[in-house]
Design a protein. Structure first.
Length: 379
């Protein structure tokens, strides 16, 4: 175990967790109070997915040219300043380029931190290490809404807090610069793209997770307010999702190390995701039932990312891993673009229940894909 390298990667991903966990509900609530529709909020959030798709093929060339550590540090600073920029941008159109800059930086951090941690983890303990990695990411998700509930959506305080935390997270990355891995770019853009289709059960898993996570986090505050919850209560429900992620990622990662075919675990996670969303409209009047459901649901659904990444790593090795991670995050970005739009349109067309129905649609489609692949032994 190269713990210093793992700590650096974990620190960088904590930046992503806090920025998304606090930023998504914060920005959505601000737009909601300004009178923008769910569709427009979803459109602005979907720009994050477009930025991620555009940034994914850039991560490897940037790291080859400037080094992993210096590229990550530059992205940390870019993300920090882009987030603060939302506070100083009064016009709605200004939020679109800021979303692009923020999520370009976060995407590169995702790719390089995953490459770094995969390079540092022994193959037989990959699930455990990725579980630790996902747990810290989930801590960011949990801490973000909790901070939002304490600070609210007015004033500079939430923006300044994210900026300070992001800058502090750069310290362990800089401390581990001597242990950073080298990336050798091979295969060009065609080599990058082919990994999107090479292991579809892994890449589709992260696409679904990206759609559910981004769309759900962005529009859940809107959903909560329309159901009748206060701003703080809705934010605390997001915290329950994050806490489920924190407690379940390491156990599920360890389980994945002991399963011959991780696709069966992915199928179980998608099944829990589908059932949870089908049940949501029937219990949304009871905050405590909602909190319990979302705690379990959030932890299991987040394993789509953890187990999907472990499944990808078990199928590939060596120089292929960087391009495969880029393809993995590329699909995550596509999900980020797709999710908010589908959920926002679903809520505009079908009312408040359209939130859960739209999320259920993603899980159902992925279950069909998994069953099809499992029915074909050679796939």
């Amino acid at each position: 175990m190269r713990w210093l390298s793992i700590s650096a990667a974990v620190a960088s991903i904590s930046v992503v967790g806090i920025a998304i966990g606090l930023g998504m509900p914060l920005l959505s609530i601000i737009l909601e109070t300004r009178g923008h529709s769910a569709s427009m909020i979803g459109l602005n959030t979907a720009v994050a997915g477009i930025a991620s798709i555009a940034a994914a093929p850039l991560a490897t060339p940037l790291a080859v040219r400037f080094g992993v550590v210096w590229t990550m540090l530059a992205m940390i600073l870019l993300g920090a300043f882009a987030f603060v920029g939302f506070y100083f941008a009064p016009a709605f159109w200004m939020w679109f380029p800021l979303r692009v800059l923020l999520h370009l930086a976060l995407t590169v951090l995702f790719i390089l931190s995953e490459f770094w941690i995969s390079s540092s983890a022994p193959p037989r303990r990959r699930g455990l290490v990725l579980g630790i990695y996902a747990t810290v990411l989930s801590l960011g998700f949990a801490a973000g809404p909790w901070l939002f509930a304490q600070m609210g959506s007015t004033g500079f305080l939430p923006f300044g807090t994210v900026f300070a935390l992001v800058v502090i997270a750069a310290v362990p990355v800089l401390a581990a610069w001597r242990e950073s891995p080298e990336i050798v770019a091979e295969g060009g853009s065609a080599g990058f793209i082919r990994y999107t289709w090479l292991i579809p059960t892994a890449t589709a898993a992260v696409l679904v997770f990206g759609a559910v996570e981004t769309g759900g986090f962005a529009l859940f505050p809107v959903y909560g307010s329309r159901v009748g919850y206060s701003e703080g209560d809705a934010a605390l429900l997001l915290t329950m999702i994050g806490l489920g992620n924190v407690l379940l990622q390491i156990p599920l990662g360890m389980v994945s190390d002991r399963i011959k075919d991780r696709r069966h675990l992915l199928l179980a996670c998608a099944g829990v995701g589908l059932i949870g969303m089908l049940a949501l409209p029937y219990i949304d009047v009871n905050w405590h039932l909602m909190a319990g459901l979302l705690f379990v649901w959030g932890g299991v659904v987040a394993a789509l990312y953890t187990v999907g990444l472990a499944h990808l790593g078990s199928r590939l090795a060596g120089h292929e891993l960087a391009n495969a991670n880029a393809a993995f995050v590329f699909c995550y970005g596509f999900g980020m673009m797709l999710g908010p739009q589908v959920i926002g349109i679903g809520m505009d067309l079908f009312g408040v229940d359209g939130f859960a129905w739209s999320l259920a649609l993603f899980f159902a489609a992925y279950i069909v894909l998994l069953l099809n692949r499992l029915a074909r032994p050679n796939c």
